[in-house]
Design a protein around this ligand. Structure first.
Ligand code: TPP
Ligand code: MG
Length: 347
């Protein structure tokens, strides 16, 4: 297990570069129709997950929503396994059956990738409950968007975490929008962190564009939780540069707003800090970037070459068991056939 102190800042900068280059390439591959389904990019938000992961141990748990590529990469899932998952290949981190929104990596304690807004927050509380039940000193980091905080399951989860004093950090990635809806239109609170206060959970606002601030704040909270189990809430103020998903042109915001946040870019910021302190040269930065790009290009080749999952695994890991799901499909095929032969329209 790697002690937190050894997580070198230059290494974490190269992780942010890997995440950025991975998603830029994913976007290109999506447009080339190599990737299907939904695809939500995290570009601009990299400091949140990278800073948070830099503050925890390898055996701590994390769980997140569907904007999850960066979480898996930061946790240690390889670019190969992530790209292959986007391509729907059997070598992917969810065996090609999950796709962009359902990355999962048990070995690295990354428990998804969940598509239903806020549905995973109670699951995060469940992970924290398991820690406490077993008497361990692990911590769960539960990431979710600003859109999740008005969902019923979110409130149930916070209530239980507070009552049971569970070891969980609720990390709200407040990127100001839930799809095209501004947080100011969807939320009655002045600030999101106030949600925690109602449940007597300590909460703080963090500059989510600043790697060091995120890492230090998460480290402080996690340290306190390990000493005596309790929940905590951090509202990370961040911004996504791209639309909600690949199909969103993001016309609900101005170019000026986007530019303002791009000037505060988390990668540029950490690079500047390290350069100023003599810990990084321009040549070293260029080399890290080149390595990130090469790793990502290799992951595309790996994904392209990998096989599709066998057809008979299609219903594995679904709620209905394979046989039931397949017979349901057969029945629906059969009724469609009957409808088309008898000329009846489906209802
Ligand atoms: C229960 C539920 N309602 C609606 C949706 C459709 N939906 C998908 S993403 C999203 C917005 C969520 O925004 P936020 O939580 O802020 O996360 P972000 O996309 O900004 O990371 C919505 C409404 C959904 N997936 N689940
Ligand atoms: Mg949001």
């Amino acid at each position: 297990m790697q002690p937190v102190e050894q997580r070198d800042e230059v290494e974490m900068l190269s992780m942010m570069l890997l995440i950025r280059r991975f998603e830029e390439r994913a976007s290109q591959q999506y447009q080339a129709q190599k990737i299907g389904g939904f695809c939500h990019l995290y570009i601009g938000q990299e400091a949140v997950v990278t800073g948070a992961i830099a503050a925890i141990r390898d055996d701590d748990y994390i769980i997140t929503a569907y904007r999850d590529h960066a979480h898996a990469l930061a946790r240690g899932t390889t670019a190969d396994a992530c790209m292959a998952e986007l391509f729907g290949k059997v070598t992917g981190c969810s065996r090609g059956l999950g796709g962009s929104m359902h990355f999962f990596d048990k070995k690295h304690h990354m428990y998804g990738g969940h598509a239903i807004v806020a549905a995973h927050v109670p699951l995060g509380v469940g992970l924290a409950f398991a820690i406490k039940y077993r008497g361990e000193d692990r911590v769960t980091l539960c990431f979710f968007g600003d859109g999740a905080i008005n969902q019923g399951s979110f409130h149930e989860a916070l209530n239980l975490a507070a009552l049971y004093k569970l070891p969980i950090v609720f990390i709200c990635e407040n990127n100001l929008f839930a799809m095209g809806t501004s947080v100011t239109r969807s939320t009655s609170l002045r600030q999101i962190v106030d949600r925690a206060e109602g449940y007597d959970i300590p909460g703080e606002i963090v500059d989510g564009m600043n790697f060091r601030e995120v890492r230090d704040k998460v480290a402080e909270v996690v340290d306190s939780i390990r000493k005596e189990s309790h929940p905590a809430f951090l509202e990370m103020r961040t911004y996504r540069y791209r639309g909600h998903s690949m199909s969103d042109p993001a016309s609900y915001r101005t170019k000026q707003e986007l530019e303002k946040y791009r000037l505060d870019d988390p990668i540029t910021r950490l690079r500047a800090q390290l350069t100023r302190e003599g810990k990084l040269t321009n040549e070293q930065f260029d080399l890290l970037d080149k390595q990130a790009k090469e790793t990502v290009l290799a992951s595309v080749k790996f994904a392209e070459k990998s096989p599709q999952p066998p057809l008979d695994t299609l219903y594995d890991y679904t709620y209905a068991n394979g046989a039931a799901a397949q017979s349901a499909t057969k029945n629906s095929d059969e009724s469609q056939r009957l409808e088309s032969t008898t000329g009846q329209q489906g209802r």
